[in-house]
Design a protein around this ligand. Structure first.
Ligand SMILES: *[C@@H]1O[C@H](CO)[C@@H](O)[C@H](O)[C@H]1NC(C)=O
Ligand SMILES: *[C@@H]1O[C@H](CO)[C@@H](O)[C@H](O)[C@H]1NC(C)=O
Ligand SMILES: *[C@@H]1O[C@H](CO)[C@@H](O)[C@H](O)[C@H]1NC(C)=O
Ligand SMILES: *[C@@H]1O[C@H](CO)[C@@H](O)[C@H](O)[C@H]1NC(C)=O
Length: 602
């Protein structure tokens, strides 16, 4: 038994280690720098230019083909023709190039909604469009400059720093222009500065420029940098429509991978220190070894046990945690920098935004407020829980983002808002006929049953209420907000907590008063919600008086008085099926008895 557990733990650790290593070696996602709209000429919405621009942008983003880092095209003809191009930095891997161009084509129309000309710069790519012919022309306006504000003052005063910088910058214009690979005008250069500091420089022109134009473009950019003591900073970038130059004191570009053919032409390619090579080789060897051991352990385990389900689960979790994490920049772009327009709601734990991923998938982004009590622990809890739970009646978690102050959850987007929007709105209420309400009740019940009984984990939701039930286009209910859910051991039926989460009015008395939760507290909340669904009335509950009155007592009295139909929503009364209603009411009986029992105790 112990060896089994040990083997399992070891395998898990190996898998985690591999995930970690992969995450570290994985390149970071696109970093946005600036977008500049040339506002001299504008177009009106839905004009021919507008539709040509849309065609152009989608053609640009769909033409990011392997190893093609530059692409130019046009759309439309004559007066409404649009010219456009993208270029990825010479060293970025194909996937990152495609992602970056995807982001750019999404962001540029929202940032420049009516400009006939615009340019957008990311660290990894640039994209431009215009009403005029822009190919093969050297252009240095508009421009954008980035300076790293902080720097070691000692370094910036040292002569070696500027000597190193000059030697990097002086080489870049001609290296970029004569790049041997022919098509791609890209050059990197590194140089020892003072002390242990090494300077790294990069320059790239759009490859449609002639060698002379490229050289001039880079020279103009380089002229923007400090040449002598003591200006400047330890890292700067100059971005033009036709070229860019950047230097840093750390290796921000990649020497390896697909860029090999590009860097071969450049002095930087030969200058990789042997230590770096040794470290890379050692890392690769360790990785391979870890991977082999992990695989062996998995094999041994699956041979020992004929049941392979655990192994499948492990692999499943491994795949999941790898693909669940999103980059903050990705989310910013998807939600248009968390703009007011994309805001769709406010939950107890923060704002909810609607977003669109580069793939076109619609998402709901829950940005947890920084002041919310939800710690990293609770956050991870929610992520891991929901990721494992997949059911027709649960909102699916697509991923999360955890970056310094930011905690963000990404869910599938459910179009129709939450149940309370329908239930407590006099107009929308009418849309909900009895068959619909009954199927919503059944759907929620299935979701809760799945959480309680059928999933691999036993999950108590602890905050079931209409605003946590979303409705999709087919009015299929989906339970959301598992932030307060807590994992409960399969053997453990009841739990105690000193931190009560939930919403008064839906909480069972024993939970509200004593923090004692179980599947029964969820069923209680569900019951209150069912009464609300069938009556169309909101339960009001005052915690101070410790009385559960109004809806619950009303329903109980109607039931005892044998006139249960009177509590039905008048809209429903025309279309209900008595048996279904009774079964909903009977569910309440047990709950109500429970309440009375608890009230008698006090
Ligand atoms: C881009 O740069 C221009 C010029 O420096 C500036 O006016 C503009 O605000 C910047 N836009 C963004 C989105 O950073
Ligand atoms: C791309 O630019 C070149 C000039 O550099 C031009 O000759 C060519 O026609 C352009 N391609 C398209 C599809 O417009
Ligand atoms: C070019 O313009 C003519 C009308 O001037 C139009 O019939 C034709 O469809 C246009 N072609 C394209 C590719 O948009
Ligand atoms: C940089 O310094 C290291 C030793 O610190 C040396 O081995 C290397 O050759 C130097 N590189 C250049 C380009 O001067």
């Amino acid at each position: 038994m112990i060896t089994k557990i040990l083997t399992k733990n070891l395998t898990l650790q190996f898998l985690l280690l591999i995930t970690l290593t992969l995450t570290i070696t994985k390149t970071s996602a696109s970093v946005f720098n600036n977008v500049t709209c040339t506002n001299t000429k504008t177009f009106s919405p839905n004009s021919a230019f507008h539709s040509n621009l849309n065609t152009l942008l989608s053609s640009l983003s769909s033409n990011v083909i392997n190893d093609v880092r530059f692409f130019n095209t046009t759309s439309g003809n004559d007066s409404n023709k649009v010219y456009g191009l993208y270029m990825c930095r010479g060293d970025v891997p194909f996937a990152l190039c495609r992602e970056c161009v995807g982001f750019a084509t999404l962001k540029i129309p929202s940032s420049c909604p009516s400009s006939q000309e615009a340019v957008i710069w990311y660290n990894e790519c640039l994209l431009r469009y215009s009403y005029r012919f822009i190919f093969s022309k050297m252009e240095t306006w508009p421009r954008y400059k980035i300076e790293i504000p902080m720097g070691d003052p000692g370094l910036l005063r040292s002569r070696g720093f500027y000597a190193g910088l000059r030697s990097v910058l002086n080489e870049l214009p001609k290296d970029a222009a004569v790049s041997l690979s022919g098509f791609s005008k890209y050059a990197v250069k590194q140089e020892n500065a003072s002390g242990s500091v090494t300077l790294y420089g990069i320059a790239q022109c759009t490859p449609d420029l002639s060698a002379g134009d490229c050289r001039r473009c880079v020279e103009v950019a380089v002229a923007e940098f400090p040449k002598a003591c003591c200006g400047g900073s330890i890292g700067e970038t100059v971005l033009f429509p036709s070229c860019f130059v950047r230097y840093e004191t750390y290796p921000f570009y990649q020497h390896s991978g697909t860029s090999a053919s590009l860097t071969a032409s450049v002095s930087g390619g030969r200058n990789i220190p042997t230590q770096v090579i040794v470290i890379i080789v050692v890392l690769v060897v360790i990785l391979v070894a870890i991977f082999c051991i992990g695989c062996c352990l998995l094999c041994i385990k699956s041979k020992k046990r004929h049941k392979t389900s655990d192994r499948e689960n492990l692999v499943f979790e491994f795949n999941n945690s790898e693909s669940l994490e999103f980059d903050f920049a990705t989310i910013e772009i998807a939600t248009d920098m968390f703009s007011e327009d994309s805001k769709i709601g406010k939950g107890g734990y923060g704002q909810v935004y609607k977003g669109i991923l580069p793939s076109g998938q619609e998402i709901a982004v829950k940005r947890l407020s920084k002041t919310s009590g939800q710690g990293a622990e609770e956050f991870k809890n929610e992520v891991m829980l929901i990721a494992k739970l997949q059911h027709r009646n649960l909102v699916r978690l697509i991923g999360f983002c955890l970056e310094e102050q930011e905690k963000i959850l990404i869910y599938e987007y459910v179009p129709n808002k939450s149940l309370d929007h329908f239930l407590f709105d006099s107009k929308k209420q009418k849309q909900l006929t009895w068959p619909e309400r009954y199927s919503i009740i059944k759907g929620i019940a299935r979701g809760i049953l799945y959480l309680h009984e059928d999933s691999r984990l036993k999950v108590i939701h602890r905050d079931i209420k209409p605003s946590n039930v979303l409705l999709d286009n087919n009015m299929i209910p989906k339970i959301s907000d598992f932030g307060m859910a807590r994992m409960v051991d399969i053997e453990q039926i009841q739990g105690f907590t000193n931190r009560v989460v939930g919403t008064y009015g839906y909480m069972s008395p024993e939970y509200a008063m004593h923090g004692q939760f179980s599947v029964k507290s969820d069923v209680f909340s569900f019951g209150v919600m069912v009464l609300e669904i069938i009556s169309g009335k909101k339960n009001s509950y005052t915690f101070e008086s410790c009385r559960i009155d109004d809806l619950l007592s009303y329903a109980w009295n109607q039931w005892k008085g044998e006139s249960p139909f009177e509590m039905l929503d008048p809209i429903v009364q025309e279309s209900y099926a008595p048996n279904e209603h009774f079964s909903c009411m009977e569910e309440q009986e047990e709950i109500q008895l429970n309440i009375n029992h608890i009230q008698n105790l006090h």
